[in-house]
Every structure is written in C-alpha cells, then in structure tokens.
Ligand binder design. Structure first.
Ligand code: PAZ
Length: 329
C-alpha cells in the first residue's frame, strides 16, 4: 500500500500538523505566474486609486489540493463559482471596481449567463450568415443585455479577472493582493466567497512523481491549512472591510460557527450559508446584527438572484465602515 503519512512532519508545526501562516509561505513554492498577477493588479489598483474608486476583491471557486509535485491527481471541491461571479455583477452595478480572483475555468461574471448551459454550448448561440457568422436571432436580445453591461465594465476598466488553481496559489495571491491594495485602506472590501480547502499536503511531504498503484490502496495524511483569516484581518488588510463566508451542512452549526469566526478573527461580516439552500437563503452576521436574507419561491421562479439582496446590504455596511471605521451605523 502507498502511504504519504510516514514522511517527516513540519518542524515548525504545533504538534498537531498546524503550521504558522508565515511558515506556510516559506515551505511552499510561490506560483510561477505571481509576478504577472502582481503587475496586472498593481496597474488596476493605481488606476482606481487615482479615481478614488472603491474596490472589491472577490475570491471565487474552489482551491485544489495537489497530491504530487508533478501533479497528475488532486483533491477538489464542489464550488462552481456562482456566488462570486454573480456578486461581481452586482458590485459593478453598485459602482465598485472589481478584482475577480477565481479558480481557473470556474464561472465568470457575464459569461456565466451563457456557459456552461445544460442544453446549449457556445456554438449554439451563433448562426452562419452569407458574410460570416452572427448571434442567432433567438439569443440576440439576451446577448445584447448582458454584453451592454460587460462592455461598460470593460470600457471603464472596472473588472479585472485573475486566476488561481491550487491552495498555495490562492494563498500566495491573496497575501500579495492585500499588499498591493493596502494603500486604499477602508475603500477596499474583501469578499471571500471561494471554497478554500481546510486540509492540504505540503510540498515537502508530497510524492514528486505520479503516485503508483502497484502497491494497492493509497493512504493520505493531510495537514491542516493555517488559519489565514487571522493575519489577513489583523495585519495584511487591517484597514479594509472583510466579508468571509461560512458554509455548513449541519444547520445547528451554521450560526454558532459563523459567530465563532467573527470572535476569533475579529473581522466585520460573515455570510453564513448551507450547502443545499445557498442559492436562496443566507444569514448576514456582524458583531451586533444577524439578518436572514431569503428569496420566496416566486422570486426564485422568476430568476431573482440572492446576490441582488446581499450586495446592497454589504455596500451599506461598507459605507459605515468608510465613514466611521465601524459596522454599527
Ligand atoms: O461557488 P458556489 O456558488 O457553488 O458556492 C458558493 C460557496 C458555498 C462556496 C460560498 O457561498 C461559501 O460559502 N464560501 C465559503 C466556503 C467555506 O466555508 O469554505
């Protein structure tokens, strides 16, 4: 049987496999495209800083956990990126410049209205004409509506798409992003909707090459991912408004765990949601308030999106944060 569990455990962990966030960055390799990520973000931030625009930094989609350094196999999670992609559109409507840091190939703002679709693929939206090709008549109106907003976001340079794939990729970019955005202080909101793994295999403990099946079954031991919200809130982005998400499958745990997160990390907002009801019910929790936001069956049937209710509330909380450095207004 192959096993990764007999490899040396980190020398700087707490004895239970939980390492300090700083140690994580020493023990894992920065993504190869970090410099490119930073250059794009720096240009975007300096443009919006000059315009005095608010920026929301959205994370969206799931992180992967590679099982080999030359990765053939990895652990993934369910997140499709709907929450992040739809929220980006409502933040744009609210006047924000949006950094959309998403899992590669997960849903993107605007594109999400067309692909993936259960019955249509990209080419089904097109039709051949005498001179070339155009949007098929049946979809012209829908394409026009979505394109108008998309074009406006592009023309005003208010949407920056950035990608991650693995957990280290995500964490290096998030940390770097907070450094680049730090000059905007309270003008920035972090909207951390990505489904980030709680467990991973550090690079030093991973097989370098493809795990072989010749020895039968495979036993994996995963380390706990350090609690990055702590340095994010207290050091990396201490002046900004931080909205984290809490996902549970046991209703009894949801609000207590969301409140525990607020207590432990000291940030401003947790949006709590259940796996199976996340598209129509969430609870927006601050230290002094708890508000259930939900859609009626009629609203759901007429394609109202819950993000259209969540974002205005967060904008309101951000207004107060900018005015008084508090969420209590
Ligand atoms: O990406 P999606 O729309 O399928 O799901 C959104 C979500 C459930 C990942 C998000 O709302 C969320 O709760 N993110 C944090 C997950 C966590 O607790 O790790």
């Amino acid at each position: 049987m192959s096993t990764l569990s007999d490899m040396p455990s980190s020398s700087l962990d707490n004895g239970q496999g939980v390492i300090d966030p700083d140690v994580f960055f020493e023990q894992n390799k920065a993504p190869a495209n970090l410099a490119e990520f930073e250059a794009k973000l720096e240009a975007f931030v300096s443009y919006h800083q000059a315009q005095k625009n608010r920026i929301v930094f959205i994370t969206s989609g799931g992180t992967t956990i590679p099982l080999e350094n030359n990765t053939v196999r990895f652990i993934d999670n369910f997140s499709s990126g709907t929450r992040g992609a739809s929220s980006a559109e409502y933040f744009l409507r609210a006047g924000y410049a949006v950094v959309f840091m998403h899992r590669q190939f997960s849903l993107q703002p605007f594109h999400r209205h067309f692909v993936p679709h259960p019955h249509l693929n990209f080419l089904d939206y097109l039709q051949v004409t005498d001179n070339g090709a155009k949007v098929a008549t049946a979809y012209e109106q829908q394409v026009k509506t979505v394109m108008t907003e998309y074009q406006q976001a592009k023309d005003t340079n208010r949407l920056l798409l950035l990608e991650f794939v693995t957990l280290p990729d995500y964490l290096f970019k998030l940390k770097s992003g907070t450094r680049i955005l730090s000059g905007l202080q309270s003008q920035v909101m972090y909207y951390l909707a990505a489904a980030v793994s709680d467990f991973f295999i550090p690079s030093a403990k991973m097989n370098d090459h493809k795990i072989q099946s010749r020895d039968g079954g495979l036993t994996l031991t995963l380390d706990q991912v350090p609690k990055f919200l702590k340095p994010l809130v207290s050091v990396w982005a201490s002046q900004s408004l931080i909205v984290s998400f809490k996902l549970e499958t046991d209703e009894q745990l949801l609000v207590p765990k969301a409140r525990q997160a607020l207590e432990s990390y000291g940030h401003q907002v947790v949006v709590a949601n259940m796996l199976h009801t996340r598209k129509h019910t969430v609870t927006v929790i601050t230290k002094s308030s708890e508000k259930v936001v939900s859609l009626s069956p009629e609203e759901l049937a007429s394609h109202v999106e819950i993000e259209s209710r969540i974002i205005p509330q967060l904008v309101h909380i951000h207004d107060a944060w900018i005015d008084s450095g508090s969420t209590l207004a």
